[in-house]
Design a protein around this ligand. Sequence first.
Ligand SMILES: Nc1ncnc2c1ncn2[C@@H]1O[C@H](COP(=O)(O)OP(=O)(O)OP(=O)(O)O)[C@@H](O)[C@H]1O
Ligand SMILES: O=P(O)(O)OC[C@H]1O[C@H](OP(=O)(O)OP(=O)(O)O)[C@H](O)[C@@H]1O
Ligand SMILES: O=C(O)c1cccnc1
Ligand SMILES: [Mg+2]
Length: 572
Amino acid sequence: MEANGPKEEDNRRQVIPGPTNPMVTPLLSDLYQFSMAYAYWKAGKNNERAVFDLYFRKNPFGGEYTIFAGLEECIRFIANFKFKEEEIAFIQASLPKTCEDGFYDYLRGIDCSDVEVYAVSEGSVVFPKVPLMRVEGPIAVVQLLETSFLNLINYASLVTTNAARHRSVAGKSKILLEFGLRRAQVVEGPDGGIGASKYSYLGGFDATSNVEAGRLFGIPVRGTHSHAFVSSFMSPDEIMEKSLQTRDGSSTCEDFVSLVQTWLSKIKRSHVLRGIFGETNQSELAAFTSYALAFPNNFLALVDTYDIGSEIMLLRFVMRSGIPNFCAVALALNDLGYKAIGIRLDSGDLAYLSCESRKFFRTIEKEFRVPDFGKMGITASNDLNEETLDALNKQGHEVDSFGIGTYLVTCYAQAALGCVFKLVEINNQPRIKLSEDVSKVSIPCKKRCYRLYGKEGYPLVDIMTGENEPPPKVAERILCRHPFNESKRAYVVPQRVEELLKCFWPGSPDKPREELPPLKMIRSRCSNQLEQMRPDHVRRLNPTPYKVSVSAKLYDFIHFLWLNEAPVGELQ
Ligand SMILES: Nc1ncnc2c1ncn2[C@@H]1O[C@H](COP(=O)(O)OP(=O)(O)OP(=O)(O)O)[C@@H](O)[C@H]1O
Ligand SMILES: O=P(O)(O)OC[C@H]1O[C@H](OP(=O)(O)OP(=O)(O)O)[C@H](O)[C@@H]1O
Ligand SMILES: O=C(O)c1cccnc1
Ligand SMILES: [Mg+2]
C-alpha cells in the first residue's frame, strides 16, 4: 500500500493565491444555492455536517477514460472564500425581502475553514461514478461551493480529455499547437480561451498561440504566419530595406530581394523541377521575402494564400506558387547562413499537400546540395480534429506539427462532461438519491477509493469502500462488485494499491495538506498515467470499459438503503 497521507513537508502556512480569474467569487454560483443556504439557516440546519461527492456518470467523446482537471482552481477558490460587503448586498437584493437579516450576518462570518476536500490528484485518469472530489463541511457552506466547483471542473476536465485524445491519435512524435483562443466560448470559470490553453497543455499539447496563457501558466508560446500579412503585399517593389547581414555578421547582402529572385529562376530552370510550376505569385513572394528580412532566423511561411486549387488542376497553387516561393526565400537565407523553419498549410488536402511539399523539399536538397532541406518543418491547420488526424495517419502524411483550434477548445464532439455534486452523507447518516435510471442512482456514504493494479502493472479496477472499512491489501484477494448489477463481480489480488482521494484542503490551516504541483508536473502525471493504462481501455475504436466497483460491504449497504428508501408500490 502506498503512503498517500498528506506530505511531511510543512506547507501549512503557505498562502494559497486566489483563483486565476478574479470573476471566480462566492457569487459565481446559482441563485438556488443561496436560497437553500437561507432555508438551511432558517431551519437551524446550516451547520449539520454533510459529505458531497463530485463525480461524472459517463466518459466523454465515446471513450472510456477522462482526465481530471481544475482542482487547483477549486482549492484556490475555497482557500480565499469570503463574502465582500457588496456581494452580500447583492444577495440580499436578489433574495425575497422576507429573508431575515441574521442570515446576512451569518454569510459575513463564513469561510471554508471548516470544510475538508479530499480529491484525486489533478491530471489523473479517472472513471465514471468514482468521486473526483469529496467535500465535507457545514451543509450550507458546502452547498454554496457546488456550482463554482462544477464550473471549475467540468470544462477543465472535458478539454483536457479532448487534448489528451488528440495527443493520443497524433502520436508522441508530433508537435501539437493549440490555436483556439479566437474560437473559444467558455472556460476557467468564465474566461474564454485562457483555460482552454491551460488545460490543452495539461492534456498533452506542446504549446499555445495564446500569449496571456503563456504568461500566466508558463506554457510555451508558439506561432506561425498569417494570411493577412501575405495578402497585404502587392509587389516586391514595396520592399524598401533590402539588405541582410549574414548570420555570422561577417558581411552584408545588399539586395536580398534579387538574391531571392535569382534562386527562384534557378529552381524554375532545374531539370527535375521544371514544369511543376511556371510564374509564381509575386505579391506572395514579396511577403515571404519581407518576412524573412524581419525574421531571418525564424522564417516560417503560410503557403496557401494564393491557393485556388480545383479538381481539374493537377496540382494546386500551393505547389505552383507557395512552395517554390518559400524555397527561393529559404535558399537565399541559406546562402547567408540562415536555416528556414518551414511552412504552414491551412487548406486543401493536407495529406497530399504535405507529401508533395516534402518531395519538393527533398528534391531541392539533392538538386542544390543543401543538407537537411528535405527535413523542413511542415505545420498543418484548418478545422483539424481527432477524426481528421486519424484519417491523415491512415492516408500517410508528412506533417510534423498540427495547429488545432475550434474542435479542441469548443469540445465540438461533446458539449459538456456532466459532472454532478451529490449529497452522500449527513450527520453521519448515509444518503442515496434514487432514480428510475440506474446510472443516476448515487452511491451513498462517505467513501474511500482505491485503484488496484495487476501483475502486468496495469490498473485493473477502481474500488470504493465505506470510510471505516480496512483498505485493500497487496496480495490479498478482495471481492469487487459492480455497484448496481448483482451478477457482475470479480475477485482481485492486487499487486499494488493506490488510494485515490488525498487531502487537499484539511479545513484548518494548521493541518498538513497535499501540495498543489506546478502545471508541468500535472501534465506529466497525465501522460504517465495514460501510458500505464491497458491499451484497449484507451483505444479510439470500441474501447473496453474500465471496471469501477464497490466492496461487498458497501454493495450490501447500497441495496439495503435503496430498498429502505424506495416506496413499495400497490397494485389495484
Ligand atoms: N487528407 C485529408 N483527409 C481527411 N480530411 C482532410 C484531409 N485534408 C484536409 N482535411 C480536412 O478537410 C477539411 C477541408 O475543409 P474545407 O473544404 O473547408 O477546406 P478548404 O476548402 O481546403 O480550405 P479553406 O479553409 O481555404 O476553405 C478540413 O476539416 C481539413 O482538416
Ligand atoms: O481551424 P482551427 O482548428 O480553428 O485552427 C485555427 C484557425 O485559425 C486561423 O484561421 P482564421 O481565423 O484565419 O480563419 P479561416 O481559416 O477560417 O480563414 C488558422 O488559419 C486556423 O485555420
Ligand atoms: O500561429 C498561427 O499560425 C495561428 C495562431 C492562431 C490561429 N491560427 C493560426
Ligand atoms: Mg482556417
